[in-house]
Each structure stands twice: as structure tokens, then as C-alpha cells.
Design a protein around this ligand. Structure first.
Ligand SMILES: Cc1cc2nc3c(=O)[nH]c(=O)nc-3n(C[C@H](O)[C@H](O)[C@H](O)COP(=O)(O)O)c2cc1C
Length: 437
């Protein structure tokens, strides 16, 4: 398997903390609309020389939801604000393809790429919650396969729009009065099953050519889509064997659609709990568990499994469900961990509360570095999506205590070597289809 020499690290930021009760911890500062806090978190990630920070999103909410997901700044707006207080850090956000138009999104992401000097990334999701439909004048959420078919066409349209302007199209020659070379500006004239878009886009080609495309689906269809489209893949695998199988499968699907192996970075999510000792780390986990709001935690698990769990006995086994069409990837890994560890519904609820269903890694900085190194060197991961349980403490601890261990071991950069997100990730800049990049 072709690998990068060093890990790639990103961080998921939910202003109220990723752990469902993180905001209640002593020292936690919270607020998904708290720009000064979010700017400090971004500065922390940049201090740790992270590849990027990432803001997840949805276009629906509920008052029983995870506090970090209940209310939040619209992420592309937020990225624009963070672009001016950071200089190297990649800036990645989710935008749903089911509930937006490609022209608007191509334009907004191109704007962020220009504003940030080439640091934008787009997590392409099809939107797992059916509740979003009612916010967009729709009677129903499109089925899973149709959402992915829409997404595939959508990404093609967005890329086509990003190619509207060849490099050098704006001449700006004061003497002749020639502003633009019209031969370098192209209409798209896309007409497909879901979208009809003429173009051109009203912004020039993004500095990165295309902002980095991220994807996090894990169903069969989701994997095919990721293999064809994604440059970074987020996953929620809980065991090394499952992660290895996932990485092999994704890379083989990518090969079968003609993509070179080193064009995808697979980043499993991990929630690190850093302690002075293993006992200290375990005490922190216990304290977080004690603060969990059972209703919010069960809602997080219900969303992950795609079923309303409120009527099942908490001390009974985790019910087995067929694929839901919601978050199939999360559902599969969580059900497998419950089966492997013979967990009750209550135990799985508390486990999923920690990092919204991602893997928990805990212990001293060396213990955590050992675990990440093992996954990285075994080929299960090209790096990790770090999911601090709350902010700012655990994010600072990761940067100041775990990152230096990774750097000393030669596993992570000590300084940024490039300035765009593509350069951090070691991904090539896509040339313009007319060969003029
Ligand atoms: C790390 C990670 C982050 C995700 N972020 C989002 C998000 O911001 N919004 C969203 O709707 N889904 C998000 N998802 C869910 C996936 O993008 C995907 O939509 C979901 O798993 C359903 O696709 P699947 O059935 O192919 O697995 C995320 C998943 C993972 C693992």
C-alpha cells in the first residue's frame, strides 16, 4: 500500500465539545457561536501544525440533540472568519449536496479558497437526517442511493464550475483596456438527471484548483463514491482489523476506477483522553460519563444507528437493525463493537457519547502516541481526525503533550512545509482540463 511518510492530522471542532457532556467539565469553555473561542481553537491547531480543522454540519436541529450540534455557526461563514486569523491551517467544512445548489456552493468554497490562500476543504455529505427535508420545501428525504447519485453529479458540476476560468483569464491591462481574455472563460452547459447549470462561475479558479474533497460515508454506495471522488476519507472504525479491512477495500475500489493509490488519505476519528497516568486518564473518562445527559446521549446513539431507541430497555442488549439509510457507516461499527463486547444499550449509549461514536484512545501521551503509531504503521490510517471531548483543555493537551511525542518519533511534521491544504496533505493540485493550470 502506498503511504505518506508522516501522519496527517485534523481536528473536529464542535464549540460545545464533541463529548455530549464535555461542556459541563470544569474548565470547559463552550459556545458553537463563540467566535473568539473558535479562533483560539484554530490557533491551537495551527500551533500543533495540524493539517486542518473541520466543522461538521447539518441543516436541521432539535432541542434534544447533542449540545454541540443543536446550534452552530454556518460553517462556510465561519471558515471565512477563521481564514483571516490563521495563515497555514487547512479549513474544512461540511456542505450537504442534497439541500443546496452546486452553483452557490462552488462559489462559496472558491471564495474561501481565495480568501485563505488555498486552504479550503469540503466534506461532501448527502445529509443523513430526514428531518432536513421539511426545511427545504420537500415532502421527503431522498433515498440513500438517490442521494449518492445526486452527490456524484453535484460534485461533477461543482468541479466544472471551478474550471470555468482558466488561469490567466483576467489580464487587467491598463494600457489596452483589456480586462479579460474571453477565450479563457468557459460555459459549462451541464444538463444531467438532477442538475442543469450553464455557468460560468462568477469567481476565478480556486488557488488549489479544487478545494480538497473530503467524504465520510461508509456504506457500499458511500465507499464507491469516496473511492471515485474523495481525497480525504473520515471513518469511525473502532478496531484495527476493521480499519485495515476498510482501508484495503477503499484503496481497491479507488484502483478499480483508475485512481492512483496515493491520492486518498484515510483518517479514522479518535477521541484522545490524555492523562498524567493511565489512572488519571480513566478518572477523566469516568468524570465525563458521570455528567452525561441520558436523553441527549440516547439521541446521539439513535442518530448514529438510524433508529429511535427511546423505547428499548437500557439494560437489555443492543437491538440489531437492518441498514437504516441514515449513517450506515457509524451504525455498522457501533453495532459491531456492542456485539464484540457484549454491551448493553446503556453501555453503548455512554460509549457513543464520548466522541459521537468515534474510538476512544486514552492514557499518557506516550500511550496515545503508541496507539496512533501502531494504526499508522499497520496501514490502517494515513493519519487521524482528532476529536477532543471538549475545549480548550483537551485540545491544548493533545498539541502540547502528544504532538511533541509524534514529532520526536518522526511521525509528524515539526513545521509546515507548504502553505495550502493540498500541500499539507501531499495531494497534487488538479490541473485545468484544458492543460493550462
Ligand atoms: C468523521 C465523520 C464526520 C461526519 N460529518 C458529517 C457531517 O458533518 N454531516 C453529515 O450529515 N454527516 C456527517 N458524517 C456522516 C457521513 O458523511 C455520511 O453521510 C453518513 O455516514 C451516511 O453515509 P453512509 O450511509 O454511506 O455511511 C460524518 C461521518 C464521519 C465518520
Amino acid at each position: 500500500m502506498t503511504r505518506t511518510d508522516r501522519m496527517h492530522l485534523g481536528m473536529i471542532v464542535l464549540g460545545a465539545g464533541n463529548h455530549v457532556a464535555g461542556w459541563r467539565m470544569p474548565g470547559a469553555e463552550f459556545g458553537s457561536e463563540n467566535l473568539p473561542l473558535l479562533q483560539r481553537i484554530a490557533a491551537t491547531a495551527e500551533r500543533g501544525k495540524f493539517d486542518f480543522i473541520f466543522f461538521a454540519d447539518a441543516v436541521n436541529t432539535g432541542i434534544d440533540a447533542h449540545p454541540g450540534m443543536m446550534v452552530r455557526l454556518e460553517p462556510l461563514t465561519l471558515l471565512a472568519a477563521l481564514a483571516v486569523t490563521t495563515s497555514k491551517l487547512g479549513l474544512v467544512a461540511t456542505v450537504s449536496t442534497t439541500y443546496s445548489e452546486p452553483y452557490n456552493v462552488a462559489r462559496a468554497l472558491a471564495s474561501i479558497d481565495h480568501i485563505s490562500g488555498g486552504r479550503a476543504g469540503w466534506n461532501v455529505v448527502t445529509g443523513s437526517s430526514p428531518d432536513a427535508a421539511a426545511n427545504f420545501s420537500r415532502d421527503k428525504h431522498p433515498p440513500h442511493a438517490e442521494r449518492y447519485a445526486m452527490a456524484a453529479e453535484y460534485v461533477t458540476v461543482v468541479k466544472g464550475l471551478w474550471d470555468s476560468w482558466e488561469e490567466g483569464a483576467i489580464i487587467g491591462d491598463k494600457a489596452s483596456g483589456t480586462f479579460v481574455d474571453p477565450t479563457k472563460v468557459h460555459v459549462l452547459n451541464h444538463a444531467g438527471p438532477y442538475y442543469r447549470v450553464k455557468g460560468p462561475l462568477n469567481i476565478t479558479r480556486p488557488p488549489q484548483g479544487y478545494p480538497v474533497i473530503v467524504q465520510a460515508g461508509a456504506s457500499d454506495t458511500g465507499r464507491d463514491f469516496a473511492a471515485a471522488t474523495a481525497e480525504v476519507v473520515f471513518t469511525a472504525q473502532q478496531s484495527l482489523d476493521e480499519a485495515l479491512a476498510f482501508a484495503r477495500d477503499l484503496r481497491s475500489r479507488a484502483r478499480s476506477v483508475g485512481r492512483p493509490e496515493d491520492t486518498i488519505r484515510i483518517l479514522p476519528g479518535v477521541c484522545p483522553i490524555v492523562g498524567r497516568t493511565m489512572a488519571d486518564a480513566k478518572a477523566k473518562i469516568a468524570e465525563l460519563a458521570r455528567l452525561i445527559d441520558p436523553v441527549a446521549a440516547l439521541k446521539v446513539l439513535s442518530d448514529r444507528l438510524g433508529q429511535d431507541l427511546s423505547s428499548y430497555p437500557l439494560d437489555g442488549p443492543v437491538p440489531e437493525f437492518p441498514p437504516s439509510g441514515m449513517m450506515q457507516g457509524h451504525a455498522t461499527v457501533l453495532q459491531s463493537i456492542a456485539r464484540r463486547n457484549r454491551m448493553t444499550l446503556r453501555e453503548l449509549r455512554d460509549y457513543a457519547a464520548v466522541g459521537a461514536g468515534h474510538r476512544l484512545v486514552f492514557g499518557t501521551p506516550e500511550d496515545i502516541a503508541d496507539d496512533l503509531q501502531h494504526w499508522f504503521e499497520s496501514g490502517a490510517a494515513d493519519g487521524f481526525l482528532i476529536i477532543p471531548p471538549y475545549f480548550p483543555g483537551p485540545a491544548d493537551e493533545f498539541m502540547d503533550e502528544v504532538v511533541p511525542v509524534l514529532v520526536r518519533r518522526g511521525l509528524f511534521r515539526a513545521e509546515y512545509e507548504g502553505s495550502t491544504l493540498r500541500e499539507h496533505l501531499g495531494l497534487a493540485r488538479p490541473s485545468h482540463p484544458r492543460g493550462r493550470a
